[in-house]
Design a protein around this ligand. Structure first.
Ligand code: PMV
Length: 345
């Protein structure tokens, strides 16, 4: 492997799973398939500079500050990555990352940061073997980012993607995500809107890694896996037909199942907060009483992802401003939508 002195920068999105990945087996393989879309505004920008150094190593800064809290995760990731990208062994990596949203808050910062890092490493690897840094293999980037964080493997594609072997989609795999082609996604879901209510931007009391682990002994594990397979089939069909009501029913069921699994894990825990529940109640009320086309999803945290079609933006967003904003920490809401995926900058 030839030595390089080079920098590369990628901007990669977070994603929101509608069918959730929750529980793993083997090395970072999911116990069930998951389906998500990449976001447009919630992104990580990562710059990696490689300089020759016999013993390797790295430094990491987040939003301009050296941050050792992330070292173990990055170290595990680099150990896996060096099997495929040998330049990592004899280069020092300066990793500089910044997020456009609060980290560890239930917005998947690990998805955007690990996919951005994987893409940077693949670009540098390309340079080390005399190839163009932009022409990274996205399937490889997906498979690699999975070792940083499972959900990250779905962030390397724009639009919608599927991770996990699902027989009806023959190219699907447990070891990387595949994009769901745009031409089979109804326009309403190609341009889906997502307002992220920051109910609490603080760190989670129980990490996703611990949550995945609790699924190993979970009393409802088998039923959950079966349900996720069913929901995957249902959602893939809904994405084609544009069935809005079916979409919201599936999205909300998945979000509440995720939090339900936490409630009846052993030990039990909850990441929801009173204002998360209050927002859910108001959203459901507005749907029936005011006929608003609105629903929600959640990740592993207290924040709510409000979902609505682009055609309803002005109506829904003024309702959100009036009714949901007061429930948010510092009145913080991130208005986001389906995005086009990572770019090399
Ligand atoms: O990628 P991880 O290990 O942080 O797990 C993320 C799990 C959820 O965000 C809750 C669901 C998902 O599929 O993204």
């Amino acid at each position: 492997v030839s030595q390089i002195n080079a920098s590369t920068e990628w901007r990669s999105p977070s994603n929101l799973a509608i069918v959730k990945y929750w529980g793993k087996r083997n090395v970072q393989e999911p116990i069930n398939p998951s389906v998500s879309f990449s976001l447009k505004n919630s992104v990580t920008i990562t710059r990696v500079t490689a300089t020759p150094l016999e013993k390797g190593g790295f430094t990491f800064s987040l939003n301009g500050v050296f941050n050792p809290a992330f070292h173990p995760k990055i170290e595990t990731f680099l150990k896996q990555a060096q099997h495929h990208l040998p330049f990592i062994r004899n280069h020092h990596l300066t990793i500089e990352s910044s997020n456009t949203f609060p980290h560890s808050s239930g917005i998947a910062s690990s998805a955007s940061s690990m996919s951005a890092l994987a893409l940077c490493l693949l670009s540098l690897h390309n340079l080390s073997i005399g190839k163009s840094p932009e022409s990274v293999d996205l399937t490889m980037a997906s498979g690699l980012s999975r070792f940083g964080s499972g959900s990250a493997c779905r962030s390397v594609f724009g639009g919608w993607s599927l991770w996990g072997k699902f027989d009806e989609v023959k190219e699907s795999s447990d070891t990387y995500a595949v994009p769901i082609p745009k031409n089979v996604v109804s326009p309403v879901f190609q341009d889906l809107k997502n307002a992220i209510l920051i109910i609490n931007s603080g760190s989670k009391s129980v990490s996703s890694s611990q949550g995945h682990q609790l699924m190993n002994q979970h009393p409802y594990r088998e039923a959950r896996v079966e349900q996720a397979f069913n929901h995957t089939g249902i959602l893939l069909e809904i994405l084609k037909t544009g069935d809005w009501d079916g979409f919201i029913e599936t999205a909300e069921n998945e979000a509440l199942t995720l939090h339900g699994l936490m409630l009846n894990s052993s030990p039990s825990y909850t990441l929801m907060e009173p204002n998360s529940l209050q927002a859910i109640r108001l959203i459901r009320q507005a749907r029936t009483d005011e006929n608003l086309k609105i629903g929600f999803s959640m990740d592993a945290g207290p924040n709510l992802h409000v979902l609505y079609p682009a055609s309803e933006v002005s109506k829904v967003e003024s309702w959100i401003e009036e009714n949901l904003k007061p429930l948010c920490q510092n009145q913080q809401i991130i208005y986001d939508s389906v995005g086009d995926g990572p770019i090399n900058i």
